[in-house]
Design a protein around this ligand. Structure first.
Ligand SMILES: [Zn+2]
Length: 310
C-alpha cells in the first residue's frame, strides 16, 4: 500500500477516505464491542437489498470486472492490489446501482488502473465529471488568509466523479461548481455513512488547526510572515502535542470493502453501526461477484468465517 497521503503537506489532498493500510483496528473494536468478528451478512436490510441487486446482475458485473482487469495496461504491483480492488469494487457498486457516485482520486498511488475505469464508465454511458475535493463548512474559525489557503487547496485537489445517472451527474456538476457540499449530500452521493463523513470533515479542520499552530511558530508568531509562508508550507519540527494530534488524525479505521474511514462512534457501536452496514454491503457485493476481490479486500482473520457463511 502507498503511504497515507494525509499528514503534513498543505498542498496535498486532505485526509482521504480511502486506501489506508488496514491495521485491524476495525475488526478488533467490533469483536470487543459485540463479540462478533465480522458483520453477519445473513441478516438485515443490507442483505436483502444486496441479494436482490447482486442476484439480478451478477453475470453482468462479473463481465465488467473481467473487462476491467483485461484493460489495465500495467501489471499491478502487490502493494497496489488492495487499493485497485477497492476501486474496482466501487465501480461495480456504481454499476449495480448501490453507489450513485464513485470518486476517483487522481493522485492516489499513481492509480494507473483509473484509466480502465474511466474508459469503462464512458462505454456504459456514465457521466465523468472532473472537479475539486468537496468542502464542507466554511473554515470561518481561521484567519482570512488561511481560509483562502484551505479553499485553494481543496479547489486545486482534482478528482474525477463517476456518476451513475444524469440526474446525479447534474447534482455533482453543480456541486463541483461551488465546491461546497453538505454532509448529508456527500454521504448520499458516495454511499458513505453520514456520521463518518462528518467526522472526516472535522478531521480536516483539526488538521488545519495543527497546520496553523506549526506555521505560526515557524514564522515566530509574525502573522504577515505566516501568511507568506502558507503557500506550499509543509509542517515540520512538530512539538510532541502536534505530533500526537497528527498521529491521531491519521490513525483512522478503514472500513473494509469501502473507501471511507469509520468514525469513532461507529467503531464503538460495533454491530449494527452505519459503518458496519456499509461494510456488509461491500462484502456481499465482492462475495457475489468474484473470489479474488473478496480475498484481496478481506481483512486478515475474516476470510475463513466469510466462506463458512456462504
Ligand atoms: Zn460513522
Amino acid at each position: 500500500m502507498p503511504a497515507p497521503r494525509v499528514s503534513v503537506n498543505g498542498s496535498a489532498a486532505l485526509l482521504p477516505f480511502r486506501n489506508r493500510p488496514y491495521d485491524g483496528s476495525f475488526t478488533g473494536v467490533y469483536s470487543q464491542a459485540r463479540g462478533r468478528k465480522i458483520p453477519d451478512s445473513r441478516q438485515g436490510r443490507a442483505a436483502t437489498r444486496m441479494q436482490a441487486m447482486a442476484s439480478l446482475s451478477t453475470p453482468r458485473l462479473r463481465n465488467t470486472l473481467r473487462k476491467l482487469r483485461a484493460s489495465i495496461a500495467e501489471p499491478v504491483a502487490p502493494e497496489d492490489a488492495e487499493a485497485m480492488a477497492q476501486d474496482l469494487l466501487d465501480f461495480l457498486a456504481v454499476q449495480a446501482g448501490i453507489k450513485p457516485v464513485q470518486m476517483l482520486a487522481r493522485d492516489h498511488g499513481g492509480a494507473y488502473w483509473n484509466a480502465a475505469i474511466v474508459d469503462m464508465a464512458e462505454r456504459y454511458g456514465f457521466a465523468i465529471i472532473e472537479g475539486p475535493q468537496w468542502r464542507v463548512g466554511s473554515y470561518d474559525q481561521f484567519p482570512d488568509w488561511l481560509r483562502e489557503h484551505v479553499h485553494d487547496t481543496l479547489s486545486n485537489t482534482r478528482h474525477r466523479y463517476v456518476c451513475r445517472d444524469r440526474r446525479t451527474a447534474r447534482e455533482v456538476s453543480e456541486l463541483c461548481g461551488s465546491g461546497v457540499a453538505a454532509v448529508e449530500q456527500e454521504a448520499r452521493l458516495l454511499n458513505y455513512p453520514r456520521c463518518c463523513v462528518e467526522r472526516h470533515h472535522e478531521r480536516s479542520v483539526q488538521y488545519f488547526e495543527v497546520f496553523l499552530t506549526n506555521l505560526r511558530r515557524h514564522a515566530q508568531n509574525d502573522e504577515a510572515a505566516a501568511r507568506l509562508l502558507a503557500e506550499g508550507y509543509t509542517i515540520s519540527d512538530l512539538t510532541p502535542d502536534e505530533a500526537k494530534a497528527v498521529r491521531e488524525l491519521v490513525a483512522g479505521a478503514p472500513a473494509p470493502f469501502t473507501s471511507f474511514q469509520a468514525c469513532e462512534g461507529c467503531m464503538a457501536a460495533g454491530s449494527g453501526s452505519p459503518a458496519q452496514f456499509k461494510v456488509r454491503e461491500g462484502l456481499q457485493l465482492a462475495r457475489a461477484v468474484d473470489e479474488q476481490l473478496l480475498e484481496t479486500l478481506c481483512p486478515a482473520g475474516w476470510l475463513d468465517e466469510v466462506r463458512r457463511r456462504r
